[in-house]
Design a protein around this ligand. Structure first.
Ligand code: HAM
Length: 420
């Protein structure tokens, strides 16, 4: 038997309604905040991500789906959207159109991670990117936007964590300090953290190893290395959040797994899912556009994992049952012709009525069972003596009431159903 690739999932018909509800929530909230949708290709030139996300990150160094295509180009399936959105922003010279672009997306992403609950190899994100302003208000708006979507979807157990990573010069100074602090504790670190000491020292804060956590809790804190300007930016972001009464905690360990961040970073975590508790993450990336060949342009954004959100929702019981519904089921009785039923279904569907009929030559009894299973509001009996006389019989499945109608003119059926 051929099975789906490890870390990928089918979304089955009965799961679709929750996906659609989430997508609708995203679309609504994005429009209230005036974000416009952008769609970019599934794959890009590998260099976009290696340069954009950073060679030393886990994503680029070990998780990307990269291959050489038939024209010898190195291609990568997008592991995230920020780099792609920035590429599109530069390529289409969006900066010439208007100063600030507020963009959003819903798309599938690809990362070859070790699959577990809430961690897949093909997963879906929605996210937003605001390109063209350094206003702390926009950082606060990003957090507000992400939080509002999660709340509006029905999630409760949410915590917002924020931090500031400053600008590269401040971060470099901080990294030197961190290296000094860790030097004589190096042997106590886990193997992973020892590697990170060389390649991406800030990520040691992400370690789940108990000894690492203990060591890092005493480590110097990034906020003590920020310039006055960076601190002021951070203070302003917090004051905007205070103003709209959004609760957050400052988490100096929040370093994020992508290299492009400057100043504000944030995550929203849920206590309703297991180890993969980050439902959403983001922050400011004021240097990325320039790094990818565009004009110096400040920007901020976030992305949220849809599978994790849906999982949290199931665990919290905020998911909604899909209501099966059908306007009308056509029950074919002998001696009606199949073509007569087929024609009626065409008329009803053309008039916007959700219509179903039998394709399996089932008995009248079995067809009625189907109509009930599908929660049909009405049943239309086609056949029998009435049909010989040119009539069909409409049954209201709620009241049980039946009405004979001319088969040739279904206008009364249509208007009756439309008025329900
Ligand atoms: P990220 O933290 O890598 O950030 O991903 C954002 C969210 O995507 C995570 O919080 C998580 O919910 C979800 N996610 C990530 N990897 C997986 C996976 N393997 N399986 C399931 N869900 C996953 C970014 O992607 C940045 N582009 C966010 C951003 C936008 N920063 C600025 N603008």
């Amino acid at each position: 038997m051929i099975k789906a690739i490890t870390g990928t999932k089918d979304i089955l018909p009965w799961q679709i309604s929750e996906w659609k509800r989430l997508e609708k929530t995203v679309e609504n909230l994005m429009s209230y905040f005036n974000y416009k949708e952008i769609r970019t290709p599934t794959f890009e030139e590998t260099v976009l991500f290696s340069r954009g996300i950073g060679e030393a990150t886990d994503i680029v160094s070990k998780e990307m789906y990269t291959f050489i295509d038939r024209s010898e180009t190195s291609i990568t399936l997008k592991p995230e959207m920020t780099a792609s959105v920035v590429r599109a922003y530069i390529e289409h010279k969006l900066s010439k159109k208007q100063n600030l672009h507020k963009l959003y997306y819903i798309s599938s992403m690809y990362r070859q991670e070790r699959p577990q609950a809430g961690r897949l190899r093909e997963f879906h994100q929605f996210g937003a990117e605001a390109i063209g302003s350094n206003a702390p208000m926009l950082d606060a708006e990003m957090i507000e936007l992400a939080y509002s979507i999660l709340k509006s979807f029905g999630l409760k157990n949410l915590d917002i964590k924020i931090n500031s990573l400053g600008v590269p010069a401040e971060r470099e100074q901080y990294k030197t300090e961190l290296r000094n602090y860790l030097k004589d504790k190096f042997e106590l670190l886990s193997e992973d953290s020892k590697k990170r000491f060389e390649t991406n020292i800030l990520r040691i804060f992400d370690s789940k190893d108990e000894k690492d956590i203990e060591i890092m809790s005493e480590a110097p804190k990034i906020l003590d290395f920020l310039s006055e300007e960076s601190l002021k930016h951070f203070e302003e972001v917090k004051s905007y959040l205070d103003e709209i009464e959004i609760k957050y905690s400052v988490d100096y360990k929040l370093v994020r797994g992508l290299d492009y961040y400057t100043n504000t970073t944030f995550e929203i975590v849920s206590s309703s899912v297991g180890a993969q508790s980050a439902l959403c993450g983001g922050g400011r990336y004021n240097l990325l556009i320039e790094q990818l060949g565009g004009p110096p342009t400040p920007a901020t954004g976030f992305a949220a994992g849809m599978e994790r959100i849906l999982l949290a929702c199931v665990n919290e019981g905020c998911n909604k049952e899909e209501e099966a519904s059908l306007d009308i089921y056509l029950v074919r009785m002998e001696p009606a012709k199949k073509t007569a039923v087929f024609k009626i279904s065409n008329t009803l569907r053309k008039n916007g009525l959700k219509t179903e009929m039998d394709y399996l030559s089932r008995s009248v009894k079995a067809q009625m069972r189907e109509a009930n299973r599908m929660n049909a509001r009405f049943v239309l009996f086609v056949g029998g003596e009435e049909f010989e006389k040119g009539s069909v019989v409409l049954k209201d499945m709620e009241t049980g009431e039946q009405q004979e109608l001319p088969a040739k003119d279904l206008t009364p059926v249509i208007s009756k159903l439309k008025n329900q």
